[in-house]
Design a binder for this molecule. Structure first.
Ligand SMILES: [Mn+2]
Length: 486
């Protein structure tokens, strides 16, 4: 990575930039969500909005990783859902009814995006600009962000301004007068939002309700991407099962997962990969992955590929030495049966809580039978999390309904975690098992989207015996690891 550029190079860059923009990008993925999808989502939102209301959605803030380096940018899923736009410093205004512009034209949405800038694009990548956004995203009313301050958002008539709570960690780039900080400041001034005192018209709850109702039911276009993310995640699990050895590190296992994701074109992860060997599996969101040898205990791997914004969430727990011990088998089988019990009742109309109870009962009575707990009430000690959540543009995707509905995609993920020092026979200590699958709810049943990776004891033991090309992938030992004096 290069340090920031000095001014004198700018002239030279303008020339390169012209060459770059003249060469159309070839060999890009062909399966992005279509402009028709995003337009359809905007129309669906409008149908749920009350009369005379406007919905306002800002891009996600950029965030500093270190010094002048930013974290890889990840768009606000709501803005992506409604527009497909992937760049920062933007805001969408979605009106319920047609508005009359100053020039007499009518519009019911206005999208403010980052301006094209040759010098900036040489460093941080191409921008769509207003013309690109119109052409690629199919939005008609697109403006440069800097014009927001001249745009009259006439909210005097509007019953509600429907929006998410504003992010509090937005940095002000003083060299950019139309960054997210300025867009938010301009908007706040326009609607009389002084400091933290919110005008009564601003409704955050309704925003969560409308977007929850929309996002919890997946469209056919979304399902194509989710299926792909889930399959990729499963194939990575399989490849790791085939390759796993006791002398591998947690970090290497993580790398293998993410390598397979990238082979299939998944741009990102839905969350930091969780690779926990033995005791580390008991830490629910263990993302350090620092253990240098996974050893012969259980290996819990919770890894989700993100493909075009949609994430999978798949966990497999395997015996690193290829065979489940008696104790590992007993705990694993219990988690497996808990998952099966929940699967059995999944369909349109099932209450979330019924599925959760079905799984929890299996685990509680199973742990009692194994002598690990005495009473049902102790089950939370070893099963401390919920059974299920939506997945989609967020790994914990937004939803609204109390019952399952056709078209929802959710996880089913029971687990049992027995840390060292637990109040039970020490033969159970450091066993951690989670089995997490992704399912599509159908009218009368469900579809197991993550069936590509085995989840039964027999299926996993068999997969581990298979060979992988990665078995033969050996790198030379590092020479710099040997200690030398200056
Ligand atoms: Mn999950």
């Amino acid at each position: 990575m290069q340090p920031k550029l000095s001014l004198r190079c700018a002239f030279f860059l303008a020339a390169i930039y012209n060459c770059l923009s003249a060469t159309a990008q070839k060999d890009l993925p062909q399966d992005y969500l279509t402009p028709a999808f995003h337009k359809g989502r905007r129309e669906a939102a409008r149908a749920l909005m009350p009369d005379s209301s406007v919905m306002v959605i800002f891009a996600a803030p950029t965030r500093t990783y270190s010094n002048d380096v930013e974290y890889l940018y990840h768009q606000n899923p709501d803005l992506y859902y409604f527009t497909g736009y992937l760049e920062p410093h933007a805001v969408l205004l979605l009106f319920k009814e047609q508005q009359k512009g100053t020039n007499g034209s009518f519009y019911n949405e206005a999208f403010f995006v980052q301006k094209r800038n040759a010098r900036a694009e040489q460093w941080t990548g191409k921008r769509l600009g207003t013309e690109g956004a119109k052409k690629n995203l199919g939005i008609t009313n697109v403006f440069n962000g800097e014009t927001l301050k001249d745009f009259t958002i006439d909210t005097s008539y509007s019953s509600k301004i429907i929006m998410a709570a504003l992010p509090e960690d937005v940095a002000n780039n003083t060299r950019d007068s139309a960054d997210l900080y300025d867009l938010i400041a301009g908007f706040k001034e326009e609607v009389g939002f002084a400091g933290t005192v919110k005008p009564a018209k601003i409704d955050n709850r309704l925003f969560r309700e409308i977007t929850g109702k929309l996002r919890e039911i997946k469209t056919q276009e979304e399902l194509v991407l989710i299926r792909k993310a889930v399959e990729i995640s499963c194939l990575a699990q399989n490849e790791v099962m085939k390759t796993v050895r006791a002398d591998m590190s947690e970090m290497e296992v993580r790398g293998l997962h993410e390598f397979v994701h990238k082979k299939y074109g998944a741009e990102s992860l839905g969350y930091g990969s969780i690779i926990g060997a033995g005791e580390n599996g008991c830490i629910l969101h263990y993302m350090e992955n620092t253990k240098t040898k996974i050893g012969n205990e259980m290996l819990l791997m919770d890894v989700g590929a993100e493909y075009h914004g949609y994430t999978a969430d798949v966990t497999r727990t395997i015996p690193a030495d290829g065979k489940f011990s008696i104790e590992e088998r007993a705990i694993y089988q219990l988690v497996y049966e808990a998952q099966e019990a929940a699967f059995k009742i999944l369909k349109d109309g099932t209450k979330w809580s019924d599925a959760a109870v079905a799984a929890k009962e299996i685990i509680a009575y199973g742990l009692i039978k194994l002598g690990i707990i005495k009473y049902y009430s102790e089950v939370d000690t070893y099963y401390p999390h919920g059974l299920s959540h939506h997945i989609g543009l967020d790994v914990h995707d937004r939803g609204f309904s109390q019952t399952l509905k056709k078209g929802m995609v959710i996880t089913i993920e029971p687990g049992i975690y027995i840390p060292n020092g637990s109040n039970c026979d020490k033969k159970w200590w450091s066993i951690a098992v989670r089995i997490e699958d992704d399912v599509l709810i159908r009218e009368n049943d469900y579809e197991l989207l993550s069936s590509f990776a085995p989840r039964s004891i027999e299926g996993i033991e068999k997969m581990i015996t298979e060979r992988s090309l990665l078995d033969d992938y050996k790198l030379p030992a590092l020479k710099s690891a040997q200690k030398k004096a200056f």
